[in-house]
Design a protein around this ligand. Structure first.
Ligand SMILES: [Zn+2]
Length: 282
């Protein structure tokens, strides 16, 4: 009996610890827009021309393969299960249903080498890609901690079309898979400024911000939570006009409790990028 109650106490303590870990994990994203990416985007014939994107009703009827790679910790524990991964992919499929792209986990590759479980982009990425990546599939690597720069953990990061078929995800941010897949198919953060600052009135929406016109300008106040999903305008742009960002957009940084997914133009953009740059995926 004493043993049992000790076990229950241990389990409860452990469960609390796990919960705290999940809450404490930053939802920040490590996907970055480099000057090369800006140049590449600006060279596209579609740059600045929203009309060059085809109709939002385009339906691909395509199922893409995901190879999931899970790193063990030093005790040989993986921390997440195949069911955890497939559940997150079910949510991903719902998010991509409007363009009839779905994802299937073809293989879960459990990797005992625990040195990658604290994953640092500069040290580990090239190595794991060459060791484990399965060509023509979307390779998602799950680690306890994901960092692009030491000391700055992120929920995950991905590469834009033309980059490797690689996504890194923190095991405590499995739901970030939808956001990172957005980047993978060419979406930028709604608060992106590498192309210039989008005005609240939207007049420069096609060439600034996230280059998408049906996502309003977003001042990008970091992880500012909006628990009521009803953040009122609180900051003005260069024209002295109020920003009214789309709090629930998947590519914003606001509270994940307010998910309202992708907009039609974001779907168009992802569809176009799939056709032009990620068409080779199985
Ligand atoms: Zn992101």
């Amino acid at each position: 009996m004493r043993l049992l109650s000790s076990f229950i106490m241990f389990s409860t303590t452990f469960a609390l610890f796990v919960n705290v870990q999940v809450i404490a994990q930053p939802a920040k994203c490590g996907t970055i827009v480099t000057p090369e990416q800006v140049a590449k985007e600006k060279a596209k014939p579609s740059f600045g021309n929203q009309k060059s994107m085809f109709a939002p009703t385009k339906c691909f009827g395509k199922t893409l393969s995901i190879t999931a790679h899970v790193f063990a910790d030093s005790l040989g524990n993986y921390g997440i299960t195949t069911v955890d991964i497939t559940n997150s992919v079910t949510a991903l499929n719902q998010a991509f249903a409007p363009i009839c792209i779905s994802f299937q986990v073809c293989n879960v590759n459990y990797i005992p080498n625990y040195k990658y479980n604290d994953f640092l982009q500069s040290a580990d990425e090239e190595e794991v890609i060459s060791l484990y990546s399965v060509p023509n599939t979307i390779n998602i690597f799950y680690a306890r901690k994901v960092e692009r720069t030491p000391g700055n953990p992120v929920g995950g990061y991905a590469y834009f079309p033309g980059g490797p078929d690689f996504i890194a995800l923190s095991k405590s941010s499995l739901s970030s898979i939808i956001h990172e897949m957005g980047h993978f198919f060419g979406l930028y953060h709604t608060f992106e400024t590498q192309f210039g600052s989008e005005l609240a009135n939207g007049t420069n929406c096609a060439t600034t911000g996230d280059l998408v016109c049906d996502t309003p300008a977003d001042p990008g106040l970091g992880n500012t939570p909006a628990p009521d999903c009803n953040l009122s305008p609180y900051i003005k742009d260069a024209n002295n006009e109020w920003y009214v960002p789309m709090i629930g957009n998947t590519m914003s940084y606001y509270s994940s409790d307010c998910e309202c997914g992708f907009t039609p133009d974001q779907y168009n953009r992802m569809a176009l990028n799939y056709l032009n740059s990620r068409f080779y995926l199985w």
